[in-house]
Design a protein around this ligand. Sequence first.
Ligand code: HEC
Ligand code: HEC
Ligand code: HEC
Ligand code: HEC
Ligand code: HEC
Ligand code: HEC
Ligand code: HEC
Ligand code: HEC
Ligand code: HEC
Ligand code: HEC
Ligand code: HEC
Ligand code: HEC
Ligand code: HEC
Length: 342
Amino acid sequence: MRVLSFLIMLLTLLIVKQQIKSPHGSAFKIGCATCHSTKGWYLDSTIYSFDHNTTRLPLKGQHNEITCRLCHKSLVFTDARTECNECHTDIHQGTAGSDCSRCHTPQSWLVSNINEIHRMGRFPLLGAHIMADCNDCHKSADGTRFDITGVNCIDCHRNDYNSTESPNHVKAEFSEDCSSCHPINSFQWTGAGFNHNFFALVEGHSELQCNDCHTTGKYSDTSPDCYSCHQDDYMATTNPNHTGANFPVTCNTCHSLTPGWKPANYTLHDKLSFPIYSGRHAGTWNACNICHTTSSNYSVFTCLTCHEHNKTEMDNEHQGETGYSYNSPACLNCHPTGNSDR
Ligand code: HEC
Ligand code: HEC
Ligand code: HEC
Ligand code: HEC
Ligand code: HEC
Ligand code: HEC
Ligand code: HEC
Ligand code: HEC
Ligand code: HEC
Ligand code: HEC
Ligand code: HEC
Ligand code: HEC
Ligand code: HEC
């Protein structure tokens, strides 16, 4: 009985096929019985067995819930377009680009990764900008366009710049690149939101008031040159006496910002005078005055604070050396690098 009804159905379909012109196009090869039964020319879901995931648009999310015809209007299945924006109207009118799938899935139009979207663009939302409303920056009437005034601070903050009082940015001729002083991740314009890294306020320079250095009330007339602020300190030195010893006034040749000015670290000494941080004498001394016994004149030096104990041995060692004498300039003359190989 089953076999019989099956044969009847097959026969009907064959006859029908000859009479009915397929609406699916002449190139369509999939058997009619994959989708249609004898019940009629609609999609019979009880027998439907086509795997749509083999096509160029696997059906996901809401696309699984809708009828075939919404996408296949012509019923020639290959007519269907495959890009999101070929079927969906771009409500953003080009202001978000044409690749909808960067932000949307067929699940829904809601977008949860707004911060990530901005992080991948030219303007990550940081600091105060995380708290701001979309409309503060994307000023379209209906909230669907994402136009922006620009991505540079000044594009959105020109009024703030023009109305500054303390300090008056326009008068001080501060750069319009706000981010050189106001980091992009700040929550406010003042206090911790201000960035002084172009002249780091650290160590001996931390914990100072702005006007300890900016004495005139302007900000743009301050020199980063150590001597411009520390001339008095230089003049007052006694141990060593910098003026007498004729030390350079570029303090950072020997000093860091460590409070107390001590210890000094004159690494250029190795190159300019005599290796004391490298070679045989590295680690053999603990203060400059082991060699420079006259604090007010650093062209004077002695080697004999250390080498005198070996005088006899030293004289023996140098027997036959023409020009040898037991005095420091002579030692340096034959041993300019502190090495017996000369
Ligand atoms: C992959 C599934 C699939 C296959 C295979 C298939 N069809 Fe269809 N066919 C459909 C769908 C879907 C519709 C639209 C039904 C609806 O809107 O309810 C349809 C509609 C039709 C219609 C009605 C057209 C109209 O305007 O309403 C005819 C006739 C038809 N198909 C013939 C065929 C023939 C003949 C074959 C075999 C050569 C075939 N179909 C193979 C899916 C299929
Ligand atoms: C969200 C839109 C969408 C829906 C809904 C949809 N399709 Fe498709 N379908 C497509 C796209 C896009 C293609 C790929 C067209 C191409 O390759 O050119 C496709 C391809 C196909 C193909 C392969 C055509 C071929 O010859 O390669 C068949 C068959 C098909 N669809 C049948 C169906 C049927 C039956 C349904 C309903 C159960 C359906 N589709 C629902 C969009 C859809
Ligand atoms: C072949 C045409 C077609 C393509 C390609 C297509 N869609 Fe769809 N999509 C539809 C149709 C038709 C509907 C149902 C009608 C509607 O809501 O517009 C739909 C529905 C949706 C929905 C549900 C809408 C709602 O109101 O719930 C979302 C979300 C969606 N599509 C996103 C996408 C995304 C993202 C892409 C690209 C990855 C895409 N679609 C590609 C045709 C398409
Ligand atoms: C760069 C990200 C991005 C891209 C690309 C993008 N959108 Fe959107 N879209 C959004 C955001 C954000 C929303 C608001 C969603 C929310 O409120 O959760 C949105 C909302 C929508 C909505 C719902 C609007 C409403 O008022 O309910 C639709 C429809 C939509 N987009 C369609 C598209 C289409 C079509 C494309 C491709 C042409 C596209 N979008 C490209 C980010 C994007
Ligand atoms: C403080 C300002 C600001 C706020 C607040 C802001 N945005 Fe943006 N947004 C921007 C800027 C600037 C761009 C442009 C980035 C670029 O072009 O690289 C942008 C770009 C976008 C884009 C397009 C991204 C792309 O890759 O094309 C979308 C979509 C977007 N914003 C959605 C939103 C939504 C939704 C909100 C609220 C939840 C929001 N934005 C809040 C400043 C902001
Ligand atoms: C696309 C527009 C836009 C751009 C570009 C932009 N901002 Fe903003 N910014 C805003 C909006 C909107 C707010 C919140 C409303 C307000 O306070 O003006 C804000 C707030 C701030 C605040 C907090 C102000 C306060 O008093 O609460 C600071 C600080 C700030 N931005 C710094 C910057 C810096 C630095 C840049 C450049 C790296 C920048 N912004 C670029 C739009 C922008
Ligand atoms: C050369 C450094 C520098 C640059 C560049 C700079 N600022 Fe400032 N800004 C400051 C200093 C310093 C303060 C005062 C900080 C404090 O009081 O803690 C300040 C304070 C502010 C204030 C609050 C003070 C007031 O009177 O309202 C605003 C607003 C401000 N800046 C906006 C901007 C904007 C907008 C830009 C870029 C267009 C910008 N600034 C560029 C150094 C700078
Ligand atoms: C230890 C000294 C010192 C302290 C303390 C100090 N500054 Fe400065 N500041 C400088 C120097 C030096 C420069 C110049 C840097 C350069 O030109 O390279 C400078 C430059 C600036 C500039 C840039 C002016 C321009 O036109 O580019 C601003 C603004 C500024 N300081 C604000 C402040 C504020 C606000 C404070 C207090 C929070 C402060 N400074 C504390 C030494 C200091
Ligand atoms: C050639 C290296 C050198 C240069 C350049 C140099 N100093 Fe010194 N300075 C020293 C040495 C060595 C000491 C002693 C360190 C110790 O005792 O640990 C010292 C100590 C000091 C002291 C503390 C000693 C005292 O007598 O009060 C001050 C203050 C000082 N320097 C200021 C300056 C200033 C300001 C400048 C730049 C204008 C400067 N120095 C440049 C090597 C230098
Ligand atoms: C714009 C002025 C200014 C400049 C430029 C400046 N300083 Fe200072 N510095 C100060 C002020 C003000 C103090 C705190 C008062 C004091 O101790 O003299 C200070 C303190 C110090 C201290 C700590 C002194 C102590 O007794 O604890 C050191 C070390 C120092 N500065 C080194 C330097 C060096 C090295 C440079 C150059 C790289 C430099 N400073 C450039 C203004 C400046
Ligand atoms: C091991 C011995 C030794 C030590 C330690 C030493 N120096 Fe020297 N220094 C010399 C010699 C040797 C010369 C070269 C003198 C010459 O060429 O006439 C010299 C030259 C100098 C000069 C050049 C003096 C001039 O007027 O030409 C300065 C400045 C100087 N030293 C600073 C220092 C400082 C600062 C320290 C401590 C951080 C230091 N020295 C530690 C041996 C030493
Ligand atoms: C702080 C003490 C001290 C001072 C000052 C000192 N030396 Fe030395 N010197 C040493 C020590 C320690 C050695 C290593 C001895 C050893 O390795 O046997 C040494 C080794 C030497 C050697 C032998 C290197 C070798 O290869 O065997 C020479 C040459 C030398 N010093 C020359 C000098 C000259 C020139 C001066 C003066 C500019 C000087 N020294 C000042 C402590 C000093
Ligand atoms: C006229 C050149 C000359 C003078 C001046 C001179 N030296 Fe030498 N010195 C040498 C030579 C050459 C050697 C290598 C001898 C050898 O390896 O046999 C040497 C070797 C040394 C050694 C290594 C000894 C050992 O045990 O290996 C030391 C330490 C030394 N000298 C220190 C000094 C001191 C300190 C002075 C000053 C008091 C001095 N020299 C003056 C030429 C000189």
